[in-house]
Design a protein around this ligand. Structure first.
Ligand code: GAP
Length: 461
C-alpha cells in the first residue's frame, strides 16, 4: 500500500526528520528543501546504490565530480542560454505568475481568471556574480544539469584513461533551475540533485544502446523497491523533445499527484560534443589565436582499428535524486490495522536503503548491566559497517518500535535479562538478543555469535 496523499508524506518527513522546508524560520524559501538526519541517510543510500550499479559493478563506466559554477560559454554553446526556457504567463487579475503548460483550460490557478498576458519565454538558469566586479559581464551560471561538466571534460578523461567505445561517465550532483512554479514538495524544486550518466557509443549503434539503457534503468528502479504497477514508460512526442535530443523515453512513477517523470533516457546524438568542438574553433578565431586543428580540443575519439575519428553519440539516463526519494517514500509508506484495532504507520523501505539499519534497545534503562551490554552491542554492530545503528533509550519499548516502524528501521534488537544471563529459567539464552522484524513483526532470539552473519545477509536486500 502506498501513501494516501502527499500530505501524509510531508507530515512524516517533518515529524521524523527526513525533509524540512529551507529557511523555515524566515517563512521558507520556495522550492528549496533541506534534508534532515534521516533524509540525508536515505538520500545517500539511494545515491550509493546508483553509484554501485553504474560505476563499481561495471568496467565501462567511470565516475566524475565537476563544478557547480558554470562558464558562460559552456552554457551558451550547449544551447541552454537560448533555449532552456519555459513559457510564462501573468494573471492580470491577481498578478500570479504561471507556467503556461501547467494551466488547466488557460485559467489562473489562483483566481480562475482567463485574463492572462501572452506567454513570454523565461530562461530557467540562475546567474551568480563571480569575482569582485558586479556587472553584466562577470557572471557564471549555476548548472541546470550536471551533464555539461562531463562533455567539457571529455578530452581530459580520454587523455587520462584509455577508453574505447562504448564507455560511460557517471556523475551525481546538484543542479539548479529557476522554476516558475515549484510544486508538489520535492518533486519540482529549484535546487535538486541529479544522477546522470553519459554513455558514449558509435553513431549507428545509438538506437540499440538507447533501448538497452531504458530497460536497464526501468529494472533498476524496480530493484530499489518501486512496484511495476507504479512505473511506466513514456516516449516524449517530437515537439516536446529538448533541443539536444533525437529521442527521449521517460520513466514515469505514480507520485501522489499522478504519473510523472522520475528519469529521462535521452539520445543526445553528437549534439553536445559536436557543438563544443565547433565552438572552440569559433572561439580561437575570434580571439585571434592561431587556429589549426591541433589547437582545438577535438571532442572525438580515435578508433585505433580503423584509424578513424568518431564524434560519439551519447545516451543519457538522467534521474532526479529528490524525485527518487519521494517515489521511495511514497512506495514504502504503509498504514496497517493491527489486531488491537490500532493503526501502525510503517515505512517498508528495502533494508539496503533504510536510513537506520538496526536499533538497539535496552529493556530496562535502570539496569546497568543491560544498558552497558546494549551500548557495547551498538558499537560492535556499527563497526561491522552495515550502515547507521542507533541506540534507543526512551524507556518505552512500544514507543521505540513505533518510531522505528515509521522511519523504516528493518530490525530492532532488544537486550533483556536473558541476554545478561539473569533469568534463572532461561540460562541458555545468555548472550542472545531478540530481533524484531519491521515487516512481519516476528521476534526471534539470535545468538550474539550469529548476529553479524544474520544481519549482513538480511540487510543486503
Ligand atoms: N541532462 C538531462 C536533463 O537534465 P531533465 O529531464 O531536464 O534532463 C533530468 O532532468 C531529471 O532531473 C528529471 O527526470 C527529474 O527527475 C530531475 N529534475 C528535473 N527538473 C527538476 C526539478 N525542478 N526538481 C526536481 N527534479 C528535477
Amino acid at each position: 500500500m502506498t501513501a494516501k496523499s502527499l500530505e501524509d508524506i510531508v507530515a512524516l518527513c517533518k515529524r521524523r526528520g527526513f525533509i524540512f522546508q529551507n529557511a523555515e524560520i524566515y517563512g521558507g524559501l520556495q522550492g528549496v528543501y533541506d534534508y534532515g538526519p534521516l533524509g540525508v541517510e536515505l538520500k545517500n543510500n539511494l545515491k550509493a546504490a546508483w553509484w554501485r550499479s553504474n560505476v563499481y559493478e561495471r568496467d565501462d563506466i567511470l565516475g566524475l565530480d565537476t563544478a557547480i559554477l558554470g562558464h558562460r560559454k559552456l552554457f551558451f554553446y550547449s544551447g541552454h542560454e537560448d533555449t532552456f526556457s519555459d513559457l510564462m504567463v501573468d494573471c492580470r487579475a491577481c498578478k500570479h505568475r504561471w507556467r503556461e503548460d501547467q494551466l488547466q483550460d488557460g485559467k489562473c490557478e489562483h483566481c480562475g481568471s482567463k485574463d492572462l498576458t501572452p506567454p513570454r519565454a523565461f530562461n530557467m538558469m540562475f546567474k551568480a556574480n563571480i569575482g569582485p566586479i558586479e556587472d553584466a559581464e562577470h557572471f557564471v551560471y549555476l548548472r541546470p544539469e550536471t551533464a555539461q561538466g562531463i562533455f567539457s571534460n571529455f578530452k581530459n578523461i580520454l587523455d587520462s584513461s584509455s577508453q574505447k567505445l562504448p564507455f560511460g561517465v557517471a556523475q551525481i550532483g546538484k543542479a539548479f533551475r529557476n522554476e516558475i512554479t515549484p510544486r508538489n514538495f520535492i518533486f519540482r524544486v529549484r535546487e535538486f540533485e541529479q544522477m546522470e550518466l553519459e554513455y558514449f557509443v558509435k553513431p549507428g549503434e545509438d538506437e540499440k544502446w538507447h533501448s538497452t539503457w531504458v530497460e536497464l534503468r526501468f529494472n533498476w528502479w524496480k530493484m530499489q523497491g518501486l512496484s511495476e504497477k507504479n512505473l511506466k514508460l513514456f516516449e516524449q512526442p517530437q515537439k516536446e523533445l529538448a533541443h539536444y535530443a533525437k529521442k527521449t523515453v521517460d520513466i514515469l512513477y505514480r507520485f501522489p499527484h499522478g504519473f510523472e517523470e522520475l528519469e529521462g533516457i535521452a539520445n543526445r546524438t553528437d549534439y553536445d560534443l559536436g557543438s563544443h568542438t565547433r565552438a572552440q574553433a569559433e572561439f580561437n578565431l575570434s580571439s585571434k589565436v592561431k587556429s589549426n586543428a591541433d589547437s582545438i580540443s577535438k571532442l572525438a575519439i580515435l578508433d585505433l582499428e580503423t584509424n578513424k575519428w568518431w564524434v560519439p553519440y551519447v545516451i543519457e539516463p538522467s534521474a532526479g535524486v529528490d524525485r527518487g526519494v519521494l517515489a521511495l517514500l511514497n512506495e514504502a509508506y504503509t498504514e496497517e490495522k493491527l489486531a488491537d484495532g490500532k493503526t501502525r504507520i510503517v515505512l517498508k523501505l528495502k533494508p539496503a536503503l533504510a536510513p537506520i539499519k538496526v536499533a538497539v534497545i535496552p529493556l530496562a534503562r535502570n539496569n546497568e548491566q543491560i544498558v552497558g551490554k546494549a551500548q557495547q552491542l551498538r558499537k560492535m554492530i556499527q563497526a561491522w559497517g552495515l550502515g547507521r545503528v542507533s541506540y534507543e533509550d526512551t524507556g518505552n519499548i512500544g514507543k521505540s518500535y513505533r518510531r522505528h516502524d515509521e522511519i523504516g528501521t528493518p530490525f530492532c534488537l532488544t537486550v533483556d535479562f536473558e541476554t545478561i544471563g539473569e533469568d534463572p529459567q532461561k540460562t541458555a539464552h545468555r548472550d542472545t538478543v531478540t530481533v524484531r522484524d519491521r515487516d512481519t513483526l516476528k521476534q526471534e532470539r539470535i545468538a550474539l555469535s550469529q548476529l553479524e552473519t544474520y544481519l549482513r545477509e538480511k540487510l543486503q536486500k
